[in-house]
Write a protein that binds this ligand. Structure first.
Ligand SMILES: Cc1cc2nc3c(=O)[nH]c(=O)nc-3n(C[C@H](O)[C@H](O)[C@H](O)COP(=O)(O)OP(=O)(O)OC[C@H]3O[C@@H](n4cnc5c(N)ncnc54)[C@H](O)[C@@H]3O)c2cc1C
Length: 505
């Protein structure tokens, strides 16, 4: 960190869709005094870290991209990781973000300075202060590997272990006996991609997933030409993809029983590929579709039906030497283990690194469950905003829609701070945070995520859904269009070192 950068107006953490989007928006708002602190050595977030075979988006590319940076050249309806990563690199160039990027700068700690009313930030490459922090560290960026007895010994004896988000490209799986742990969105993409080359693949499945066919196809040269020449056609395509998903929301949030019809399509998807009734029984979920993320794949079931694949319908409980033991007592000898076991979502590591105005960390403040105001700000953490904060996740549509809504909120937040003058902070009122969360949790009661009969990563350790937005993306857009100052306490530094508080509302 160079001398003149010791203080910045805004520090953005992370350079995935969220962090890059925030950087673009700040520039558009005329803020140039900002840095993007990224722990890795390149931008891309999710799409840099997840390079496993078969990795692709499961929301169509024309919707899973920024509305202000359309890409007429998406190669497929569901484009692969390589193309999404290249898109984000291009976005960083096109919008002039490179000078702001501080790659290799892992944020280790942040502390709110109550006297100076600013954030002190410690990174792996020097310290800085910032008036405002935009935390876009990603809800799915820190991989979770379960603590399985015998795992360390398995590795010590030469077994290979890696997580889907940290794929070991130096290890050739050809001819190997491989276990895949988990049946989430990543595992169902990995399995068909590696099944043809491995000697034996054993899937440890704690809970079967509902898997719908994926309508993936190349986008034709004619379509691409049309989108380039007449950009309105790409906009219309995006609008259609968005509209279809908006119409699905009420079934997820108000009438989960209607989703029963969709289960028939998923069952037919399975029946087409899996002839063995015993395997079909193992793969049939016993909870309502949509309760866990609905997965899309036309290759997953055919891969599971291949002769070199075994499905253990139980979780992995123990490893003895190179033998993996399932909860049902079944055993498999393997050379490598791939964990598709997800991320620290409701216990984000970044929350432990942030200390707010009351001297407690965000993790401590969230010990009974994550809570924020409009998915963005948190009580006790002034001038702090999260992109993809609590209850902003989606079960059926593009997260970029939610990120762009949060960018509107960010822009208005910065405008308010500018208007209020230097040395001013906005602190979310605890009463406003509580009221927002009461409304969110009240709506959550009827949703498929809460009543669908499953245990998912959407729920925290207390069984509370602190991750999903229980409404349409249009509702969220309206709720985040502007900052309502009555929900904030305005705090000013009149002269350095002394602090006065003032409620403007
Ligand atoms: C395999 C996979 C597929 C997905 N597919 C879809 C999809 O099809 N549709 C969809 O809507 N969503 C999808 N998602 C969700 C996806 O995570 C979001 O859509 C979006 O990419 C999140 O962007 P982000 O910028 O918030 O977080 P990320 O992309 O995770 O970026 C966070 C960044 O913060 C950095 N960071 C974290 N901690 C620190 C620190 N302490 N200091 C400095 N830097 C730090 C990380 O290195 C990372 O670069 C998928 C997720 C995964 C894992």
């Amino acid at each position: 960190m160079s001398q003149h950068e010791r203080h910045v107006r805004v520090a953005v953490i992370g350079s995935g869709f969220g962090g890059l989007g925030a950087a673009i928006r700040l520039r558009r708002e005329g803020v140039t005094d900002f840095v993007v602190l990224e722990r890795a050595d390149s931008v891309g977030g999710t799409w840099r870290d997840n390079s496993y075979p078969g990795c692709a988006c499961d929301v169509p590319s024309h919707l899973y991209s920024f509305s202000f940076a359309p890409n007429p050249d998406w190669p497929r309806t569901f484009s692969g990781q390589r193309h999404i990563r290249a898109y984000l690199e291009r976005v960083a160039d096109t919008f002039g973000l490179r000078p702001h990027l501080r790659l290799g700068h892992e944020v280790r700690r942040m502390r709110w300075d109550n006297d100076e009313l600013r954030w002190e930030i410690e990174t792996g490459r020097g310290d800085l202060t910032a008036d405002v922090v935009v935390c876009a560290a990603g809800p799915l960026s820190d991989p979770k590997i379960p603590d399985i007895p015998g795992l360390a010994a398995f590795e010590e004896q030469g077994g290979r272990v890696f997580h889907s988000a940290r794929w070991d490209h130096g290890y050739d799986l050809t001819g190997k006996r491989v276990a895949v742990i988990g049946t989430g969105a990543s595992a169902i993409q990995i399995i068909p991609a590696i099944q043809p080359e491995v000697r034996r693949l054993t899937l440890f499945q704690r809970t079967p997933a509902w898997v719908m066919p994926r309508m993936d196809r190349p986008i034709t040269a004619a379509e691409r030409w049309l989108h380039r020449k007449v950009p309105a056609t790409a906009t219309a395509r995006r609008g259609l993809l968005w509209g279809i998903r908006e119409l699905q929301v009420s079934a997820f949030t108000k009438r989960p029983n209607e989703l029963g019809l969709v289960e028939n399509i998923a069952k037919a998807n399975m029946a087409r590929a899996v002839r063995d009734p015993e395997l079909r029984a193992k793969l049939t979920p016993d909870y309502r579709i949509g309760c866990k993320r609905i997965l899309l794949s036309s290759e997953y079931y055919p891969a599971l039906a291949r002769p070199n694949v075994d499905v253990v319908a139980a979780g992995l409980t123990e490893i003895r030497g190179n033998r993996l033991i399932g909860a049902d007592g079944s055993e498999a000898e393997v050379d490598a283990i791939v964990f598709g076991t997800g991320f620290h979502v409701t216990d984000m590591p970044i929350a432990e690194r942030v200390t707010g105005a009351d001297g407690i960390t965000l993790a401590e403040s969230w010990k009974d469950g994550m809570e924020s105001l409009r998915g963005a700000t948190a009580a006790g953490f002034p001038n702090w905003m999260t992109i993809i904060g609590p209850n902003t996740g989606l079960g059926n549509s593009s997260m970029i829609l939610m990120i762009e809504s949060q960018l509107n909120y960010l822009a208005d937040y910065i405008r308010h701070l500018d208007r209020l003058g230097p040395g001013t902070t906005l602190a979310a009122r605890p009463s406003a945070v509580a009221a927002w969360n009461r409304r969110v949790q009240d709506r959550m009661k009827r949703t498929v995520w809460n009543v669908g009969g499953c245990d998912s990563w959407y729920l925290d350790a207390n069984g509370r859904n602190t991750t999903i937005w229980p409404g349409t993306t249009a509702e969220f857009r309206r709720a985040t269009r502007a900052v309502d100052l009555s929900e904030y306490e305005v705090v000013r530094v009149r002269d350095r070192g002394s602090r006065t508080e003032e409620a403007l509302a």
